[in-house]
Design a protein around this ligand. Sequence first.
Ligand SMILES: [Zn+2]
Length: 368
Amino acid sequence: MEASKKKVIKITAIVLAAIIFLTAVVLSGLAIAHSVKADKAGEFALSYNGEKLNVILMIGDGMGPNHVKAAEAEYGELFFANNADQSGYVTTYSRNVFGPTDSAAAATALATGYKTDNGCVAQYKGKYLMTTAELAVAKGMATGIIATEGVDGATPAGFSAHTSSRNNLDEILSIDLFFGSNSERYEPLKAQIKEKYAYIDAFSQIAATQGKIFAAFDEIPLKADGESKPTLASLAVAALDILSKDEDGFFLMIEESHIDKCSHNNDLSGALEHVKAYDNAIRAVVEYAERIGNTIVIVTADHETGGLTYNGETASQLNDGMYTKGSHTSANVPYYVFGDIDYEFADIIDNTQIAKLCQAVISSNKSR
Ligand SMILES: [Zn+2]
């Protein structure tokens, strides 16, 4: 055989061996990731010092650990959630074998404790899955959902709807309050919404409104802008003022929806402004929770978006080229828990365990 042919065969063999090796590494990585699900860590041993316990779940859509690090570099201060009692990372894979989760499947895992296929909202193979919000309703607790996008966004829908298409308002659960944006989208649905809710579109109307509230604003700006345009932090506080009056406790889900949207466009400064707005909201919520007591605050993300890298860049070095993708990735996302929980969380937990924690806390509340 000619030397050059031998060389070709040798190189082919090396390449094949490398492919087999890499495939094995990828498969074993999947096996490790999925074994979290088999772990019975969903059995939370909780002990509290009160009878009614409130749960606040905060989700930064698309926020991976490097979004937090880059925001800390940009703003020169630590992410407030670093003060949490416990923290670590969350696996986010869905039932789709290839590729990362989408927002619908991630929201379903965080809202119900079950993995589902991409595209499904609070259901798996056509079967409804009970959401944390529904469990809270069953316990007589007050419930609220806040998102910087509309109620039909994947994350808010995951907590309130049971549809594979998120556009059917009839499917939306009777939560006590919904605060979001996209007011234009709800204009034609006003009459339908008004059958169940007080429909408002100005922030100043919230405090004076009785009963269930559906608030749709033009936008939820990064900085306070007059009476009609609230920030995520001010919306969170307004919601807590209402929900905390309920004697049976409350469940509130708060989503900063735009870290994901900016990251899809590889717009780093936009994404970081929204991480900052999320951080402001976390600070306001945790301070409120500590003031009223008996409240668990869980801060996390649904998945990472953009494959953002961070290698110690300073504020002036941050740039859009630090993104490596325009899509969701399988990177683990951070979690932070504030509150008196007699349970030591693992460094890496699965997103379904966040739902199980919320549901364990809510289940420990007495029914009316
Ligand atoms: Zn996305």
